[in-house]
Design a protein around this ligand. Sequence first.
Ligand code: NOJ
Ligand code: CA
Length: 678
Amino acid sequence: MLKRIVSIFLIALLAPVAAFAADTAQVTSPDGKLSVSVMTENGRLYYAVARDGKSVLDPSQLGFRLSEQKGFEKGLEITATDTSTFDETWEQPWGERHFVRNHYNQLSVAVAEVDGAKRHLNVVFRVYDDGIGFRYDVPADGGFGAIGITDEITEFAFAEEATVWWIPARWWNRYEYIYNETRLHQVPLAHTPITMRRDDGLHISIHEAALTNYSGMSLLKKHGTTFEADLAPGPDGIKVQLDGAFVTPWRTLQITESATGLLDSNLILNLNEPNKLGDVSWVKPGKYVGIWWGMHLAVETWGSGPKHGATTANTKRYIDFAAKNGFDGVLVEGWNEGWDGDWFNNGDVFNFTKPYPDYNLTELGKYARDRGVRIVGHHETSGSVTNYENQMADSFELLAKNGVAQVKTGYVAHGGDIKRLDENGNAIFEWHDGQFMSEHHKRVLIEAAKHKIAINSHEPIKDTGLRRTYPNWIAREGARGQEYNAWGSPGNPPSHTAVLPYTRMLSGPMDFTPGIFDLLFEEEQPNDRVRTTLAKQLSLYVVLYSPIQMAADLPENYEARMDAFQFIRDVPTDWETSIALNGEIGDFVTFARKERGGDDWFLGSLTNEEGRTLEVSLDFLDAGRSYTAEIYRDGDDADWDTNPYAMVIEKKTVTAADKMALRLAPGGGMAVRFTSAN
Ligand code: NOJ
Ligand code: CA
């Protein structure tokens, strides 16, 4: 049945609806609610967005300023427009849902200079029921030639004030900030996704899709509630250098009535190109443990010495634990030489093919393989990118030979401190989200793919949905993860994971590394702690989507709570479908997800510092079946602050006709597995 529906949808419709020349053009979403208008006034080009006839963006300018030639911003006219409609359903190799419908109306606007060189380009708008994407498309004969973009002047003139969740851009800590909640006019310069709720309840999230060979876009306030695209600069101040035909990333607005509407949107993925890697059956979702948290708790070290974590014996212990509990991978950090000394300030010390003498790569590869487990490789570059690019092919080859199918990369360097060498060997410094890094990550993915290796990048460039095009980009960090809870910096507040789904997670999967069971670690770091209940740690496996999920804590902490650990052993990381059941930004969220290739459903729900009871209908379950719900919930007197471990594990028989009350403690959460009884 499903197959038939899909094959019907696969008949892509690309039929022209209208073609006319005018200086105002319009296109609406398939459901007719969203509309985009494009027009010129006094030779400047503008677009505007409305929903149900109410303005979302007032006329907002489009164009570029360029280094060696006149900007493309004045003296412009619309020379032609073309509209079409598209509807297809495509299949994800892995994902939060198996099938994705891509249904939009498109308006392509040809814009040219009235006089002079008559340079010209197209601006292409795709309007979905849940938002829009648009990009500049410069043809080979556009008359631009080699250009340096000094400013993309794309504006976002928000029609109304709103409450906004945002993190600062172009600053030292990359994307790793606690989210600010302010009014729109108070945002100075923010990363995307940036998400807002207007006072009339409309939700808007601005981001971009398919960021390749271009600089990442941030939003810079111009005045009031009017913002402008602000691109990460290259080392010479020029934002983007291009020659000949090019397309920019899609500038995206997800626009929905409810907060959960954002969570169900596939707009970012849909605006990316299909898989370019061919057969990617070797990219495997799964769960992993690793030699990792011990270093963050400072009881083990990355570098050599008596506390070295990545020893052969310790890795075997982790492999045994992984094999016994059904995990796919064991991450080993600190396996290669370079960690002794000042690696943070000099990433050139890293050697990616030379294991420490107390780490036997070949023996461990075999030991893991014999037990059905794989080592997960680690490449911390510390932002020394040329040093890494020179070695990555050899390292991927070496690791692949030893059974590694996944590598976690890292770019620990302050914003603007990515180091590369130019042709003459001079050091040049780049931003994590500049044009150079967007190309670097692509080079890593393509090289890794040759060795059937998937990449999980930490301190990455932001996600813009490129996992569709390069399905071996299996996850990334790009936000404050669990690690901050060990660092006393301070740790993540309870609201953090109630903001992430509506902001960072709209861009794609995150390697947050959930599952800390020893929440207080009084012996290791008495001044720090995790600010959640135990049940909330379990809920993160369902709420924060990633095809790879770590069980981040030390094996002995799981062995002490095998009852709670059972949920982590059971929860899958690849889904047939996902549904956002309820939620409000920064307050709470509930997801139901059905496993891919099985009948079980899983539910995860979490709250910020406020306790609350949410009632959900179980009508997502298959009708006519009876399920056993294995419930992991906060105890009645649980509280993240005073009583974080209180948890009840209970079983109930339920059907799709039932409702379930989710009682969440302050800073709490709930996780449920529904197994079909028939
Ligand atoms: C930062 C990463 O996020 C963390 O997971 C890793 O352990 C360290 N860098 C060292 O590479
Ligand atoms: Ca990090």
